[in-house]
Design a protein around this ligand. Structure first.
Ligand SMILES: Nc1nc2c(ncn2[C@@H]2O[C@H](COP(=O)(O)OP(=O)(O)O[C@H]3O[C@H](CO)[C@@H](O)[C@H](O)[C@@H]3O)[C@@H](O)[C@H]2O)c(=O)[nH]1
Length: 252
């Protein structure tokens, strides 16, 4: 009997990404990954991204679903809603990917291969392992913030990953269930950190494959002072939440 390819759902949160979303779906379709689906999670974007997503649901070359939410509630909330929906709809693998084209879709096959052929519970598209890079036009203050955030997070939580705030990841559905993704509270950088921490805390392995991270050319980042403040507090909150991190056995 012919075996069915695992269902791969790419969860894409959007807020004002009207121009980026069609390009992203086109890039994803060009990968020709069997049984790949896209789930757009739009927070009622004023620029009409939700309508663009509905149009893609009708005419894109790969299956596109749309989850409409009524208010802008942060990237983390959008991912949690999207991942929960993806699990309910039978995803085997969930790709977490921003809509702004900063994450290279061509890295997905290698991420999925690493996920399925090793004991990794999640694979990060990493800017900071050998072979990874950040576009030179990424603003210097974002580079500095990212470097500081990685140092800070690893010092407090001992995640032992090179790119602790990476937003491009491939998850086994079972990992998302094991870490109880529904219970994740944080947004922005802190969302990434809390997801990683929950994984490491349960003794599961995080792997990293190199990517080149591009600066978005359309639209603007939604990174705010509130997101940065949350990012500073969340590692401490997690650290003292009473359970203590297990070491990431992914080292080496
Ligand atoms: N639905 C929804 N989507 C959102 C929201 N806020 C942001 N997004 C979407 O989430 C994605 C990333 O948002 P950005 O605001 O562009 O993120 P960033 O500043 O570039 O930060 C990204 O990279 C960091 C690592 O450098 C990550 O730590 C961070 O989580 C994110 O992935 C984009 O697709 C954007 O439309 C929201 O409130 N609701």
């Amino acid at each position: 009997m012919e075996s069915v390819a695992p269902k791969v759902t790419v969860v894409v949160p959007t807020y004002n990404e009207r121009d980026n979303l069609p390009k992203l779906v086109e890039f994803l379709a060009a990968l020709h990954i069997p049984n790949m689906h896209v789930l757009v999670v739009d927070d009622n974007s004023p620029d009409g991204t939700g309508d663009v997503a509905e149009k893609l649901a009708i005419d894109a070359p790969i299956p596109v679903g749309v989850l409409h939410r009524t208010v802008k509630d942060g990237l983390g909330r959008a991912y949690v809603a999207g991942m929960t929906r993806a699990l309910d709809e039978g995803a085997d693998i969930v790709i977490q990917m921003d809509a702004d084209l900063s994450h290279p879709s061509e890295a997905i096959p290698r991420m999925v291969e690493t996920l399925t052929q090793t004991d990794a519970a999640v694979v990060l598209g990493s800017r900071y392992v050998a072979g990874g890079a950040v576009a030179s036009d990424w603003p210097w203050h974002r580079k500095a913030l990212s470097a500081w955030a990685n140092f800070y997070v690893n010092a407090i939580l001992r995640l032992r990953v090179k790119d602790a705030t990476a937003g491009f990841k491939a998850w086994h559905a079972d990992t998302l269930r094991a870490i109880d993704v529904h219970g994740v509270q944080s947004n922005g950088y802190a969302f990434q950190v809390e997801m990683n921490y929950r994984t490491v805390q349960r003794g599961m392995r995080i792997a990293e494959v190199p990517i080149r991270f591009e600066e978005r050319t359309d639209g603007v980042s939604k990174m705010s002072l509130g997101v940065q403040m949350e990012s500073a507090l969340v590692p401490w909150k997690l650290r003292f939440s009473g359970r203590g991190a297990k070491q990431n056995r992914a080292r080496g």
